[in-house]
Design a protein around this ligand. Structure first.
Ligand code: F6P
Length: 543
């Protein structure tokens, strides 16, 4: 019997059918006190979840559901390092990576020395490169570092370094991920072998995308570097859970940083996978990032359900998905530095909860993960917001914005600073205006303009729920908090839906079949055994 037949779920169904599901947000906002009740502040983060179609009763029933699903028990299991990833028989301890020795228990405590050892090794490498003491084959200091990785071995460092772009890195950072080689060939044309260092980042060390890009990089270095030993020792670092495979590939042990199978790929930016971040912001900055995430971990582990931000946002998503029938979520950061946040959350959330089989191996009878997408908000306004305002499907939105920008250079260019502050105000005005119009619809139209909007084409239904997350500034600490919030929120949803949020079997078959397909591209006779469409596509490209 799945959760959908349980008493707590049924009570939510009844609540929804008896009016809660059909009350418009503009009606709910007749109560002026709701934002005070449905918002929460934690350190440098403020979360307003009042623009959701919820009441105190809805939340009460959602907390009953959480209790019924033993959410508190699951949170303890996760943070203690019990094997909550049961299909892979593994603990899930990304939280132990950011504890920096503080406030952890059980297995999470045991792994602290391992974590500290790798952080110390990473620190030495980072300091050496940042100080210009890491030299290429000709003796020149390294100026460019290229991270080769994909998915969790790419998106985390890419997203964080881009978000913190105003912290100037002493080396130029680059990211290549895509298997087609375009990024690699474009980038290598601009770099010099003498001063380029590659980070080969792969949890499994068997991802063809990453290994093929790394081979291309190796060949490029070979054009100039005669000694293979020098090439590998001075131009490659490896980050993986597989030291033996890194050694076999040629990366010397002193250039290897390891992490462990209890760190999921999409949860790995806190490990040595975060090396590019530390190269940009230094180890102190990296430590602040970890501290921000740890702050959220402590909150998640100790705050009562009613005041627990990841729990609240996770339960509200469940309400939206399973009771209000909202199956899309847009991630809308109102600061261009957060450009990669939507892609990062797409992997985090959809690779974690894009599942249809519960922990017992049975097909679930309810919806799970919503489809997530997003874009920098102000740009998205001129692209897909039309659908949010007047399309036929409901979409829930997460607006994310910094309260202040502390990155304008106040010492000079006073005029420029003023204009940038002005632009920040404009961005915030747009952020708040959009969430308001999405909520109120026609009710947001000022009286004086009502006549001008009197047309079916200018009708705004509103009632689109949203959360607004304000960060004091965009800093390592607030980014740590934000990412950890989404990680835990994703876990909360997985617990309610009775799925394992930490495996990703869905992506494995495609990888296997790609190998078979590649063999058929090499030897086209093999394509005959495929379906007609695939065989014909292969023939077209092999002509
Ligand atoms: O194919 C999915 C995936 O396994 C992700 O979970 C992971 O982040 C990515 O590929 C990269 O894997 P790896 O770090 O092992 O190269």
């Amino acid at each position: 019997m799945g959760v959908e037949t349980s008493a707590a779920w049924q009570a939510l169904n009844v609540h929804c059918d008896s009016g809660a599901g059909s009350t418009h947000l503009s009606q709910l906002f007749e109560d002026n006190t709701r934002t005070e009740r449905f918002s929460i502040e934690l350190d440098e983060m403020y979360v307003d979840f009042s623009k959701n179609r919820i009441t105190d009763e809805t939340l009460g029933l959602l907390f009953n559901l959480a209790k019924q699903q033993d959410l508190s028990g699951w949170i303890k299991k996760l943070l203690c390092g019990e094997k909550v990833n049961d299909t892979e028989d593994r603990a899930v301890l990304h939280t132990a990576l950011r504890a920096q020795g503080m406030g952890v228990d059980c297995f999470a405590k045991e792994v602290q020395p391992l974590v500290a050892e790798q952080l110390a090794k990473m620190g030495k490498i980072v300091d050496k490169i940042r100080a210009g003491h890491w030299r290429g084959y000709s003796g020149k200091p390294i100026t460019d570092v290229v991270n080769i990785g994909v998915g969790g071995s790419d998106l985390g460092p890419l997203m964080i370094t881009n978000s913190l772009q105003t912290i100037k890195s002493p080396v130029n950072l680059h990211f290549i991920s895509s298997i087609d080689g375009t990024q690699t060939s474009n980038l290598l044309k601009k770099l010099s072998q003498e001063t380029t260092l590659f980070i080969l980042a792969s949890k499994s060390f068997s991802t063809i995308d990453t290994l093929s890009n790394a081979e291309t990089a190796k060949d490029w270095l070979r054009e100039k570097v005669k000694s293979e030993k020098t090439l590998l020792a001075q131009h490659f670092l490896g980050v993986s859970t597989k030291p033996d495979m890194m050694t076999e590939w040629g990366i010397p042990p002193e250039n290897q940083l390891v992490f462990w199978d209890w760190v999921g790929g999409r949860y790995s930016l806190w490990s040595a996978i975060g090396l590019p971040i530390a190269l940009q912001i230094g180890m102190d900055g990296f430590s602040e990032l970890l501290s921000g995430a740890h702050l959220m971990d402590s909150h998640f582990g100790t705050a009562p359900l009613e005041k627990n931000i990841p729990v609240l946002l996770g339960l509200i998503d469940v309400w939206n998905v399973n009771f209000l029938g909202i199956h899309d979520k847009a991630i809308l950061p109102y600061d261009a530095r957060l450009k990669y946040v939507p892609s990062y959350f797409e992997q985090l959330v959809m690779e974690s909860n894009g599942k249809s089989v519960n922990r017992a191996g049975e097909r679930v009878q309810y919806k799970t993960c919503p489809v997530l997408w997003g874009e920098v908000g102000p740009n998205a306004q001129h692209a897909f917001y039309q659908l949010l305002h007047q399309g036929t499907q409901p979409v829930m939105c997460d607006f994310i914005a910094p309260v202040e920008r502390d990155d304008f250079d106040m010492s000079s260019h006073a005029e420029k600073d003023e204009s940038l502050s002005y632009q920040h105000e404009l961005a915030m005005a747009n952020c708040f205006a959009q969430s308001r119009v999405l909520m109120l619809g026609d009710d947001a139209i000022p009286d004086a303009l009502k006549a001008a909007f009197d047309s079916p084409f200018k009708h705004y239904p509103g009632n689109q729920p949203s959360n607004t997350i304000l960060l004091k500034t965009i800093s390592p600490k607030t980014l740590g908090m934000l990412v950890a919030l989404y990680e835990h929120k994703t876990f909360v949803e997985g617990v309610i839906w009775e799925i394992n949020s930490f495996d990703q079997w869905g992506v494995e078959l495609g990888k296997l079949i790609a190998k078979e397909t590649h063999a058929a591209i090499k030897s086209v006779a093999l394509a005959e055994k495929f379906d007609a469409s695939t065989a014909s596509l292969i023939k077209r490209i092999t002509k």
